[in-house]
Design a protein around this ligand. Structure first.
Ligand SMILES: [Zn+2]
Ligand SMILES: [Zn+2]
Length: 270
Protein backbone atom coordinates (compact mmCIF):
# COMPACT_ATOMS: atom_id res chain seq x y z
CA UNK A 1 0.00 0.00 0.00
CA UNK A 2 1.34 3.43 -0.88
CA UNK A 3 1.35 5.75 2.10
CA UNK A 4 2.70 9.23 2.69
CA UNK A 5 5.37 10.01 5.28
CA UNK A 6 4.74 13.55 6.41
CA UNK A 7 7.14 13.67 9.36
CA UNK A 8 10.84 13.68 8.48
CA UNK A 9 13.76 15.77 9.68
CA UNK A 10 17.12 16.77 8.18
CA UNK A 11 20.67 17.46 9.26
CA UNK A 12 19.76 21.12 9.79
CA UNK A 13 18.04 20.42 13.14
CA UNK A 14 21.33 19.43 14.77
CA UNK A 15 20.25 15.96 15.94
CA UNK A 16 19.45 14.27 12.61
CA UNK A 17 21.43 13.11 9.60
CA UNK A 18 20.81 13.51 5.90
CA UNK A 19 19.80 16.16 3.41
CA UNK A 20 16.26 16.58 2.10
CA UNK A 21 17.30 15.01 -1.21
CA UNK A 22 18.56 11.90 0.64
CA UNK A 23 15.21 11.58 2.43
CA UNK A 24 13.37 11.99 -0.85
CA UNK A 25 15.52 9.31 -2.48
CA UNK A 26 14.72 6.91 0.37
CA UNK A 27 11.02 7.69 0.04
CA UNK A 28 11.17 6.86 -3.66
CA UNK A 29 13.04 3.62 -2.97
CA UNK A 30 10.46 2.67 -0.33
CA UNK A 31 7.61 3.21 -2.79
CA UNK A 32 5.87 5.85 -0.69
CA UNK A 33 2.96 7.91 -1.98
CA UNK A 34 4.57 11.19 -0.90
CA UNK A 35 7.16 12.59 1.43
CA UNK A 36 6.90 15.70 3.50
CA UNK A 37 10.02 17.35 4.83
CA UNK A 38 8.99 18.66 8.23
CA UNK A 39 12.13 19.73 10.01
CA UNK A 40 11.97 21.60 13.30
CA UNK A 41 11.08 25.29 12.97
CA UNK A 42 13.76 27.60 14.43
CA UNK A 43 13.18 27.44 18.16
CA UNK A 44 11.63 30.32 20.07
CA UNK A 45 12.23 32.17 22.32
CA UNK A 46 15.86 30.93 22.42
CA UNK A 47 17.62 29.03 19.61
CA UNK A 48 19.07 25.62 20.49
CA UNK A 49 21.44 24.20 17.85
CA UNK A 50 20.79 20.67 19.15
CA UNK A 51 17.02 20.96 18.72
CA UNK A 52 16.32 23.02 15.60
CA UNK A 53 17.82 24.95 12.71
CA UNK A 54 18.80 28.54 13.32
CA UNK A 55 16.56 31.35 12.05
CA UNK A 56 19.09 32.16 9.32
CA UNK A 57 18.84 28.60 7.94
CA UNK A 58 15.09 28.64 7.30
CA UNK A 59 15.39 30.38 3.95
CA UNK A 60 17.81 27.74 2.61
CA UNK A 61 15.65 24.90 3.97
CA UNK A 62 12.59 26.23 2.17
CA UNK A 63 14.54 26.80 -1.06
CA UNK A 64 16.07 23.32 -0.97
CA UNK A 65 12.76 21.52 -0.43
CA UNK A 66 11.01 23.74 -3.00
CA UNK A 67 13.65 22.81 -5.54
CA UNK A 68 13.05 19.09 -4.90
CA UNK A 69 9.33 19.72 -5.14
CA UNK A 70 9.73 21.38 -8.53
CA UNK A 71 11.46 18.23 -9.78
CA UNK A 72 8.92 15.85 -8.19
CA UNK A 73 5.63 17.77 -8.01
CA UNK A 74 3.00 16.01 -5.95
CA UNK A 75 5.59 13.72 -4.36
CA UNK A 76 7.53 16.19 -2.23
CA UNK A 77 5.82 18.53 0.18
CA UNK A 78 7.27 21.43 2.10
CA UNK A 79 6.35 21.03 5.72
CA UNK A 80 7.68 22.10 9.08
CA UNK A 81 7.24 20.88 12.66
CA UNK A 82 6.43 23.78 14.92
CA UNK A 83 6.35 23.76 18.70
CA UNK A 84 3.19 24.93 20.36
CA UNK A 85 3.99 26.98 23.44
CA UNK A 86 1.53 29.58 24.73
CA UNK A 87 4.30 32.11 25.31
CA UNK A 88 5.72 32.01 21.78
CA UNK A 89 2.65 31.40 19.62
CA UNK A 90 2.47 34.98 18.29
CA UNK A 91 6.05 34.82 17.00
CA UNK A 92 5.56 31.26 15.72
CA UNK A 93 2.46 32.30 13.80
CA UNK A 94 4.36 35.17 12.17
CA UNK A 95 7.22 32.86 11.21
CA UNK A 96 4.85 30.27 9.74
CA UNK A 97 2.95 32.94 7.83
CA UNK A 98 6.21 34.21 6.33
CA UNK A 99 6.95 31.02 4.36
CA UNK A 100 5.00 28.99 1.77
CA UNK A 101 4.70 25.78 3.79
CA UNK A 102 2.34 23.18 2.37
CA UNK A 103 1.54 22.10 5.90
CA UNK A 104 2.62 22.44 9.49
CA UNK A 105 2.86 19.71 12.13
CA UNK A 106 1.95 21.11 15.52
CA UNK A 107 3.77 19.49 18.42
CA UNK A 108 3.93 20.06 22.13
CA UNK A 109 7.43 19.33 23.44
CA UNK A 110 7.35 21.68 26.44
CA UNK A 111 5.42 22.01 29.65
CA UNK A 112 6.40 25.44 30.88
CA UNK A 113 10.18 25.59 30.61
CA UNK A 114 10.54 21.80 30.65
CA UNK A 115 11.38 20.14 27.34
CA UNK A 116 9.92 16.90 28.67
CA UNK A 117 10.88 14.70 25.69
CA UNK A 118 14.48 15.93 25.71
CA UNK A 119 16.76 13.19 27.10
CA UNK A 120 18.96 15.93 28.57
CA UNK A 121 16.08 16.90 30.88
CA UNK A 122 14.91 13.43 31.92
CA UNK A 123 15.89 14.00 35.59
CA UNK A 124 12.90 16.28 36.00
CA UNK A 125 10.54 13.29 35.84
CA UNK A 126 11.73 12.31 39.32
CA UNK A 127 9.91 15.24 40.91
CA UNK A 128 7.04 15.50 38.41
CA UNK A 129 3.37 14.75 39.08
CA UNK A 130 2.82 12.43 36.12
CA UNK A 131 -1.00 12.56 36.17
CA UNK A 132 -0.94 16.37 36.25
CA UNK A 133 1.61 16.34 33.46
CA UNK A 134 -0.61 14.26 31.19
CA UNK A 135 -3.60 16.47 31.91
CA UNK A 136 -1.63 19.66 31.21
CA UNK A 137 -0.19 18.14 28.05
CA UNK A 138 -3.63 17.16 26.68
CA UNK A 139 -4.89 20.67 27.38
CA UNK A 140 -1.95 22.23 25.50
CA UNK A 141 -2.43 19.91 22.53
CA UNK A 142 -6.08 20.99 22.38
CA UNK A 143 -4.98 24.63 22.51
CA UNK A 144 -2.53 23.91 19.69
CA UNK A 145 -5.23 22.38 17.50
CA UNK A 146 -7.46 25.41 18.03
CA UNK A 147 -4.85 27.87 16.78
CA UNK A 148 -5.74 26.85 13.22
CA UNK A 149 -2.04 26.83 12.35
CA UNK A 150 -1.59 23.09 12.12
CA UNK A 151 -2.75 20.48 9.59
CA UNK A 152 -1.37 17.58 11.60
CA UNK A 153 -0.88 17.09 15.31
CA UNK A 154 2.43 15.37 16.05
CA UNK A 155 2.90 12.38 18.38
CA UNK A 156 -0.36 12.81 20.25
CA UNK A 157 0.69 11.07 23.48
CA UNK A 158 4.38 12.05 23.56
CA UNK A 159 4.33 12.23 27.36
CA UNK A 160 4.67 8.44 27.41
CA UNK A 161 8.03 8.55 25.57
CA UNK A 162 10.14 7.41 28.52
CA UNK A 163 7.45 5.09 29.85
CA UNK A 164 5.64 7.43 32.27
CA UNK A 165 1.98 6.43 32.33
CA UNK A 166 -0.78 8.24 34.13
CA UNK A 167 -1.98 6.38 37.24
CA UNK A 168 -5.61 7.47 36.74
CA UNK A 169 -7.51 7.01 33.46
CA UNK A 170 -7.82 10.73 32.45
CA UNK A 171 -10.96 9.84 30.49
CA UNK A 172 -12.54 13.28 30.84
CA UNK A 173 -9.37 15.08 29.77
CA UNK A 174 -8.95 12.79 26.78
CA UNK A 175 -12.60 13.11 25.69
CA UNK A 176 -12.28 16.89 25.85
CA UNK A 177 -9.14 16.74 23.72
CA UNK A 178 -10.78 14.46 21.14
CA UNK A 179 -13.72 16.82 20.77
CA UNK A 180 -11.38 19.76 20.29
CA UNK A 181 -9.33 17.89 17.65
CA UNK A 182 -12.46 16.90 15.76
CA UNK A 183 -13.86 20.43 15.84
CA UNK A 184 -10.54 21.90 14.67
CA UNK A 185 -10.42 19.63 11.61
CA UNK A 186 -6.83 18.54 12.16
CA UNK A 187 -5.39 15.12 11.34
CA UNK A 188 -3.42 13.10 13.87
CA UNK A 189 -0.35 11.18 12.75
CA UNK A 190 0.43 7.60 13.61
CA UNK A 191 4.05 8.28 14.51
CA UNK A 192 6.13 5.13 14.43
CA UNK A 193 9.19 6.62 16.17
CA UNK A 194 7.69 5.71 19.54
CA UNK A 195 8.34 2.05 18.74
CA UNK A 196 12.06 2.83 19.05
CA UNK A 197 11.84 4.88 22.26
CA UNK A 198 11.78 3.46 25.79
CA UNK A 199 7.96 3.23 25.68
CA UNK A 200 8.19 0.85 22.67
CA UNK A 201 4.81 1.86 21.22
CA UNK A 202 3.73 4.06 18.33
CA UNK A 203 2.09 7.41 19.11
CA UNK A 204 -0.79 7.42 19.84
CA UNK A 205 -1.65 4.23 21.72
CA UNK A 206 -4.16 1.72 20.29
CA UNK A 207 -6.70 2.79 22.93
CA UNK A 208 -6.44 6.47 21.91
CA UNK A 209 -6.58 5.54 18.23
CA UNK A 210 -9.90 3.77 18.78
CA UNK A 211 -11.26 6.87 20.48
CA UNK A 212 -9.97 9.12 17.68
CA UNK A 213 -11.80 6.94 15.19
CA UNK A 214 -15.03 7.23 17.16
CA UNK A 215 -14.57 11.00 17.40
CA UNK A 216 -14.12 11.21 13.61
CA UNK A 217 -10.56 12.53 13.69
CA UNK A 218 -8.61 11.60 10.52
CA UNK A 219 -5.25 9.90 10.79
CA UNK A 220 -2.15 10.04 8.65
CA UNK A 221 1.39 8.70 8.86
CA UNK A 222 4.78 9.95 10.04
CA UNK A 223 8.01 8.12 10.76
CA UNK A 224 9.60 11.09 12.52
CA UNK A 225 12.72 9.96 10.65
CA UNK A 226 15.97 11.53 11.84
CA UNK A 227 18.01 9.47 9.33
CA UNK A 228 17.13 8.94 5.68
CA UNK A 229 16.89 5.16 6.08
CA UNK A 230 14.12 5.64 8.66
CA UNK A 231 11.67 7.08 6.12
CA UNK A 232 8.48 5.01 6.12
CA UNK A 233 9.79 2.85 8.95
CA UNK A 234 7.25 0.43 10.47
CA UNK A 235 4.40 1.68 8.29
CA UNK A 236 2.99 -1.85 7.81
CA UNK A 237 2.66 -1.95 11.59
CA UNK A 238 1.05 1.49 11.56
CA UNK A 239 -1.55 0.39 9.03
CA UNK A 240 -2.32 -2.59 11.24
CA UNK A 241 -2.89 -0.20 14.15
CA UNK A 242 -5.14 2.01 12.03
CA UNK A 243 -7.23 -0.90 10.83
CA UNK A 244 -7.49 -2.42 14.30
CA UNK A 245 -8.85 0.94 15.49
CA UNK A 246 -11.53 0.81 12.79
CA UNK A 247 -10.06 3.18 10.22
CA UNK A 248 -10.67 2.33 6.56
CA UNK A 249 -9.06 5.49 5.17
CA UNK A 250 -6.27 7.94 5.92
CA UNK A 251 -5.66 11.63 5.33
CA UNK A 252 -3.60 12.83 2.37
CA UNK A 253 -2.37 16.38 1.87
CA UNK A 254 -3.19 17.90 -1.50
CA UNK A 255 -0.96 20.91 -2.23
CA UNK A 256 -2.66 24.19 -3.08
CA UNK A 257 -1.79 25.31 -6.63
CA UNK A 258 -2.08 28.92 -5.45
CA UNK A 259 0.64 28.47 -2.85
CA UNK A 260 -1.53 28.32 0.26
CA UNK A 261 -1.62 25.47 2.73
CA UNK A 262 -2.45 21.99 1.44
CA UNK A 263 -5.92 20.54 1.84
CA UNK A 264 -6.63 17.28 3.70
CA UNK A 265 -8.54 14.62 1.77
CA UNK A 266 -9.27 10.99 2.54
CA UNK A 267 -7.77 8.01 0.71
CA UNK A 268 -9.05 4.47 1.32
CA UNK A 269 -6.76 1.71 2.51
CA UNK A 270 -6.31 -0.54 -0.53
ZN1 LIG B 1 13.88 15.99 16.10
ZN1 LIG C 1 8.29 16.21 17.66
Amino acid sequence: MRLPDYHTHTVRCGHARGTPSEYVACAQAAGLLAIGCADHLPLLPEPDPELAMGACELEDYVAEVKELQSRLPGFVLLGIEADYRPDTIVEVRALLDSRPFDYVIGSVHHLGDWGFDDPRQIDRYESADIDAMWAEYFELVGDAAETGLFSIIGHLDLVKKFGHRAARPLEAELERLLARLAAAGVAVEINTAGLHKPVGEAYPSPAILRKLRKAGVPITFGSDAHRPEEVGRDFAHAVGLARAAGYDSFAVLVPDPDGGRARLTQAPFA
